[in-house]
Design a protein around this ligand. Structure first.
Ligand code: SF4
Length: 237
């Protein structure tokens, strides 16, 4: 979208129908489940507008009810696939609680990963099979979401991180503006298990390469885990 998407407010209807961009089967490309076959459910709309965001989440007018959405997921999910990724846009912009209940009921082994910018919150079922990956884009995070976050993922650009902790200091909403992006709480678990750094995919190959080198450096210097966008490297969706 490259920063030109409308800012969508949180829609807290009953969660029986959701705005969905697309449902597809692929390999999870990044973060704690990288390499694992997964069904992606890309929810429509975002409450932020990051100037480098290259994800399409605005062009769909599909608003299935839960039965229709679960059927679409099950149509593409092979029996061995036990990972569903809710992404966006911003998943917490809508009431995803009822969808989570339905997904967890599909199989005892099934895990649902939610990818979020960490600014919004809705009640979710209590389950160890929900894994929340927060990729902070703002200076603060939603305080109710904070204790439920399992992993953090930071997007790294060359020259735009704090030399004291290796994490971003550039605004995601306005290029060139300094904003100290929210850090994990001080009591967050071992950073080598739960904090990922990923280079920003820039407009030019040269800038992308510099970002990759920067992400490698902060992983080595601060003990984070490097994650690459393997779906882009391998050319899968
Ligand atoms: S929060 Fe995520 S989906 Fe929303 S604009 Fe930023 S990068 Fe794109």
């Amino acid at each position: 979208m490259r920063g030109d998407n409308p800012l969508r407010p949180q829609d807290l209807s009953d969660g029986q129908r959701l705005w969905v961009q697309e449902v597809f089967y692929t390999l999870q490309g990044e973060g704690p489940f990288a390499g694992q076959p997964a069904v992606f459910v890309r929810l429509a709309g975002c409450n932020l507008s990051c100037f480098w965001c290259d994800t399409e989440f605005e062009s769909s007018t599909w608003r299935p009810d839960l039965k229709e959405l679960i059927a679409a997921i099950e149509r593409v999910r092979p029996p061995f696939c036990q990972l569903i990724v809710l992404t966006g846009g911003e998943p917490f912009r809508q009431n995803i609680g009822p969808l989570l209940e339905s997904l967890l009921a599909l199989s005892d082994q099934l895990v649902v990963q939610i990818e979020t910018n960490g600014t919004l919150y809705v009640e979710l079922p209590e389950s160890k099979r929900i894994h929340i990956v927060c990729s902070p884009k703002t200076a603060s995070l939603n305080q109710r979401l904070l204790p439920k976050i399992n992993s953090y993922k930071y997007l790294i650009a060359a020259g735009q991180y704090d030399s004291n902790d290796g994490l971003p200091i550039e605004s995601t909403q306005r290029a060139g503006e300094i904003t100290r992006i929210a850090r994990p709480p001080a009591d967050f678990q071992d950073p080598s298990l739960g904090i990922f750094v990923m280079p920003i995919d820039a407009a030019s190959a040269e800038a992308s390469s510099a970002n990759t080198q920067a992400a490698v450096k902060v992983a080595l210097d601060f003990g984070y885990r490097l994650t690459l966008q393997t779906h882009k490297i391998t050319g899968i969706p």
